[in-house]
Design a protein around this ligand. Structure first.
Ligand code: SF4
Length: 213
């Protein structure tokens, strides 16, 4: 059936209502899935898992990592409001996994959690059929490109087959302060290149660039 803005919005409304009540994993009390606000998305951004700030559900990338991510996207020509409206923000897992046992950062979602949650991402790919996907962080990148060193995939475009067709995948490193990767000089160059590619690709999708102070 041909997709119209209205059918896309309805499909995403129904999808997000189901996602918001998902309890397939044994979660800590009060933990709820994060849900994207975009209902007329032109592309997708796929993160790893919510952090503590987003543990009660609601908007993805609402914490400190999100501040860095939206600063990066501003360099690609998208302010936060535009990014939240036009990029459907998905993730490998949608519920806060809890703190890491060693006490630094958050626990990496288990393979079981990732497998249980993967159906949500597959459904979103089928509903949105994105031409551009921006995976953010190692777990998200691996789900589209397989395991590879970040330096060999960031700063490049990748033509990838996904659940609903083909897309250009432009990976970004994780913006969390826990990652030292982004502080290496050569890696900063790769990040700059990736943001330039994202800006160019989003320009071809008619995404309005809003200037950011
Ligand atoms: S992590 Fe994913 S599969 Fe598990 S409860 Fe949350 S939304 Fe459901």
């Amino acid at each position: 059936m041909p997709r119209t803005p209205l059918t896309l919005r309805r499909a995403l409304d129904a999808h997000c209502a189901r996602l918001g009540t998902c309890r397939q994993c044994p979660l800590a009390p009060g933990v709820q899935p994060i849900v994207s606000l975009a209902r007329a998305p032109r592309a997708m951004l796929v993160g790893q898992a919510p952090g503590q700030t987003e543990s009660g559900g609601g908007r993805p990338f609402a914490g400190r990592a999100g501040k860095t991510l939206f600063k990066w996207l501003a360099r690609a020509g998208l302010d936060e409001q535009t990014a939240r409206e036009l990029l459907y923000i998905s993730a490998v897992t949608r519920c806060y996994p809890g703190p890491h046992r060693a006490g630094r950062g958050d626990r990496v979602p288990s393979p079981g959690e990732r497998a249980r949650c993967s159906g949500w991402l597959t459904d979103e790919l089928r509903i949105i059929r994105p031409a551009v996907i921006i995976p953010v962080g190692r777990l998200a990148i691996e789900s589209f490109l397989g395991a590879a060193p970040l330096a060999s995939v960031v700063g490049q475009e990748h033509d990838v087959e996904h659940a609903a067709g083909r897309a250009v995948v432009i990976p970004l490193p994780h913006p969390s302060g826990a990652s030292s990767w982004i502080h290496v000089a050569e890696h900063k160059v790769l990040l700059d290149r990736a943001l330039e590619l994202i800006g160019r690709r989003l320009g071809t999708l008619d995404i309005p660039s809003r200037s950011v102070a």
